[in-house]
Design a protein around this ligand. Structure first.
Ligand code: AMP
Length: 507
């Protein structure tokens, strides 16, 4: 079983239908995409052999699709490289993966050439160059039989906690992810479109097999990134649009739609995840876009697939559900365990573990890292959470982000939720600071909403109304923007480093 088979079937069923678009412009039909991938596979195998790694370092572009499917048809594995990384970080990934081919956009190729040792430079092919086009000259070949356990996607973690590791995902893992997406999140068809606004090296790219399996259009914005107004235009242009967006992107889109008074006609589904979506923000987004949302909780090691919050759950009007990450995905077992590895009852917080066909087989060439997170066949996610009696999982925080003050565990997420109920708070992030008396003290970083007043006394009152007294921040620091990594995740480590930067305001 090879993920490529999804494209093969779609190309046979709808050979001439539009498959890949750049903005409103048609780039390939399904048959065209299949043939390009199959002829690229011939070139990849001739020069690199099978079972090699093919790195792709580019901002979103239509070529991503032929490269992905071409690599799979060659029985090679894709190494998606986040284009927002520093060239040195990219080079580190390329070297660690020992990639035989490095496909890079013209904007990134020079940096990579400088950052990689000399012998590696020959492996770089600039996407769109004449050398690149020459790789598509062979007659499309037959797809060879592929072992479903073969490596298909070597997914480097975002590295918020140190050096990134390559999660090894097989064709079987990607297929399990794809089936779960179609079963749980949304059943798309040939009248639908996927807009690639988030990086194709991450969430947006991982949804490609599900959309391709059903013949849904692949739309890359002309900006090759996320411009809220352009995104809204594309939703009016293409049918049945769905997209994966990080929570911060949902917020930007909501603001843009509100500012323009728009509700795009073709917007069908926004799947969000990858970081916390706060209840207040979700309510605002539901008011603007209607019931188009589904949330996923996953991680590179169990890609996009641990739990999901259904569309129906968003309409339930239940804040506890809206603040949760939903129910375990089809085909995935999820437990919350204590330090001894035993399951905890509903209501008790512990580490989230999961198992199923979607879970990686380990980290690439990193047995020690693998042993840390894969115990038996359970993946230890490093996320803390609790089930409720109905089976909804609420995520607390990464275990290392929990603040322990006066002997009590304080989960930053619930303090952040309380702070965000104030209209003057645009973004909030809470961390612990070493404290002689309490062990750790709760400190809140606040980004103000432009034009809205907010005082520490008001924020304190908001917290007193919603959470236990001891969880209230002891100090507030007002900053212009939260530090985020290239996937939009807040870097708490960077916030902790800022703690010595000034006194802030004490309540
Ligand atoms: P990555 O491997 O880069 O996708 O990061 C995965 C991590 O992002 C998870 O372990 C969680 O800590 C966080 N995460 C993913 N989905 C969600 C979500 N829906 N809500 C809150 N945090 C999330």
């Amino acid at each position: 079983m090879n993920v490529f088979s999804l494209l093969e079937r779609t190309a046979r069923r709808w050979p001439n239908a539009g498959a890949v678009y750049l903005g409103g412009e048609l780039v390939h039909s399904w048959a065209g995409l299949r043939d390009r991938a199959l002829s690229l596979a011939v070139a990849l195998r001739e020069r690199g052999g099978a079972a090699v790694r093919v790195a792709i370092a580019t901002d979103n572009c239509p070529e991503y699709l032929e490269l992905m499917f071409g690599a799979w048809a060659a029985q090679a594995a894709v190494v998606p490289v986040n284009y927002k990384l520093h060239a040195r970080e990219m080079a580190q990934i390329v070297e660690d993966a020992d990639a035989a081919w490095v496909f890079a956009s013209s904007g990134l190729a020079d940096g990579l050439r400088e950052a990689l040792p000399a012998p590696w430079r020959e492996r770089i092919v600039v996407i769109g160059s004449s050398g690149y086009q020459a790789l598509f000259s062979a007659e499309p070949a037959e797809l060879p039989v592929t072992d479903s356990q073969a490596l298909a996607w070597l997914f480097y973690t975002s590295g918020t906690t140190g050096r990134s590791k390559g999660a090894m995902l097989s064709h079987r893992n990607l297929m399990a992810m794809t089936l779960a997406h179609l079963a749980d999140v949304e059943a798309v068809n040939e009248d639908c479109s996927q807009i690639h606004a988030a990086p194709m090296s991450h969430g947006s790219g991982l949804y490609i097999p599900a959309y391709v399996a059903r013949g849904a259009r692949q739309v890359v914005p002309a900006s090759q990134g996320f411009e809220p107004d352009e995104f809204l235009d594309l939703c009016d242009l293409h049918p049945g649009c769905g997209s994966f967006l990080a929570p911060t992107m949902v917020q930007r889109l909501r603001r843009a739609a509100q500012a323009a008074g728009r509700k795009p006609s073709g917007l069908r589904t926004i799947v969000y995840g990858g970081g916390p979506m706060y209840v207040e923000e979700m309510k605002k987004s539901l008011a603007v876009f209607g019931n188009v949302f589904a949330q996923i909780y996953g991680q590179g090691e169990s890609p996009m697939t641990i739990t999901w919050l259904r569309r129906e759950d968003h309409a339930a009007g239940d804040d506890a559900i809206l603040g949760s990450v939903g129910l375990p995905r089809t085909g995935v077992e999820v437990r919350v365990v204590g330090p001894d590895g035993r399951s905890l009852p509903p209501g008790e917080t512990g580490e989230i573990v999961c198992r199923g066909d979607v879970v990686m087989s380990g980290y690439w060439r990193n047995a020690a890292g693998t042993d840390e997170v894969l115990r038996g066949d359970w993946l230890y996610t490093g996320d803390m959470g609790a089930f409720d009696a109905r089976g909804y999982l609420t995520l607390r925080d990464r275990s290392k982000d929990v603040v322990i003050s006066g002997g009590s565990n304080i989960y930053p997420r619930e303090v952040e939720e309380a702070l965000l109920t104030h209209p003057g708070v645009s973004e909030a992030s809470v961390v612990g600071q070493p404290d002689a008396e309490w062990g750790e003290a709760v400190i809140a970083f606040i980004v103000r909403t432009p034009g809205v007043q907010v005082s520490v006394a008001e924020l304190d009152a908001n917290c007193l109304d919603r959470i236990a007294r001891f969880k209230r921040p002891k100090r507030y620091l007002f900053i212009d923007a939260l530090p985020k990594n290239s996937y939009g995740k807040v870097l708490k480590r960077a916030l902790r480093e800022q703690l010595d930067g000034g006194p802030g305001e004490t309540r």
